[in-house]
Design a protein around this ligand. Sequence first.
Ligand SMILES: C[S@@+](CC[C@H](N)C(=O)[O-])C[C@H]1O[C@@H](n2cnc3c(N)ncnc32)[C@H](O)[C@@H]1O
Length: 211
Amino acid sequence: MEFWHQKWSTNQIGFHRPVVNDLLAKHWSTIEANQAANVLIPLCGKTVDMHWLLEKGHAITGIELVEEAVRQFFDEADITPAIQKEGVHQRFTAGDLTVLQGDLFTLPANAASCEAWYDRAAMVALPSTMRQAYVDQIHSLCAPGSVGLMITFAYPQEQMQGPPFSLPDQEVLALFADRFEVTLLETLQLEDEKQRGISELTSSVFQLVRI
Ligand SMILES: C[S@@+](CC[C@H](N)C(=O)[O-])C[C@H]1O[C@@H](n2cnc3c(N)ncnc32)[C@H](O)[C@@H]1O
């Protein structure tokens, strides 16, 4: 966790993109989230994808460990949130936009009730030992029938130190398949990364339905 605090305090946030993720824009309609769905965005950073989903009519519940990231998110959008303490977490709210600041893994199940979720650079940001707990949290924060869109990376793990960590498609199936319907929507070959000494890097996009 210190790792992420340090990343934000030294502005080493190469994962942050100033534009909406093109795979979100391409596939969000495919998963057919109800327009009234509250969308959970675990490990949200300050992603502008939250604004895009808000514009689609959704309510948003982001979860982010580092307070500096949450403050930058609201400051950069010129929004002043109301801030409430909730145990070891803080709830930042402005209209339909909520960001819960604190550790995803200590968030109680009643902290959010979502009917959809979006994972970009979230599960792949976690080492493999934390993945089962991540799936358990998604399961407890999302109601039955919730739909999810998840983007992953896979590459020979020995060729690069994460994050992002390699999350092969078979592992997604192994971790989710007993409590979620899993559909692979697309796999892309990322050629540019070969210049960084990675022999093969793919990105997969999954549709998930919580049973
Ligand atoms: C790779 S970044 C991705 C951010 C965002 N999803 C995006 O696409 O820009 C991962 C984020 O997760 C946050 N994070 C890491 N561990 C966390 C935890 N246990 N609970 C909540 N947030 C966490 C980090 O501070 C960081 O902002």
